[in-house]
Design a protein around this ligand. Structure first.
Ligand code: ADP
Length: 152
């Protein structure tokens, strides 16, 4: 059944969800009706912190009924279709991301017919990555400036 509601499926590890991720969601909300932030998990790694990641994202968007967060495993396009999403949303920070994202987008289109929208990072956030936040945090650096800010 065709729906007029445009839903974007935003998959990632989000370990942790950063100010860069938040900026992609906030900007994309101007283009679509709903966004499903989807935390991909590997069933072989039962002790990851996916539930904690989920709760942090849910808290962040608690006041926004247009944003939903889920945990999924398996093929991204299948999880996306299950949520009723019409396309996949991904961010690109630079050429390294671009090469990977282009391949993923082409593969997902080929295997499922599902399109991917690539949104460029804001220049001031293009150096923010989850791994950088994890590493700085590990060494005791205050990473607040790289983390999302709660909506009012
Ligand atoms: P993955 O492990 O699938 O790469 P990430 O959680 O690292 O998942 O990122 C999810 C998506 O968000 C990816 O498309 C990534 O390129 C994008 N992204 C990550 N950081 C930023 C940022 N600072 N600005 C814009 N997009 C970003």
């Amino acid at each position: 059944m065709e729906s007029n509601v445009k839903t974007a499926f935003y998959p990632g590890s989000f370990n942790p969800f950063t100010a860069g991720h938040q900026s992609i969601v906030d900007r994309a909300l101007k283009l679509v009706d709903k966004i499903v932030i989807a935390i991909g998990t590997n069933p072989g790694k039962p002790n990851d912190n996916a539930t904690e990641r989920l709760q942090n994202i849910e808290r962040l968007y608690a006041g926004n009924p247009r944003v939903k967060a889920i945990i999924y495993s398996g093929l991204t396009v299948e999880a996306a279709k299950e949520t009723g999403a019409t396309f996949i949303l991904r961010g690109i920070r630079g050429v390294a991301d671009y090469e990977l994202e282009r391949t993923l987008a082409e593969t997902n289109l080929r295997i499922s017919g599902m399109e991917t929208l690539l949104m460029p990072a804001l220049p001031e956030l293009s150096m923010v990555s989850s791994s950088m936040v994890r590493e700085l945090g590990h060494f005791g650096y205050d990473v607040t400036q790289f983390l999302p800010v709660k909506e009012k």
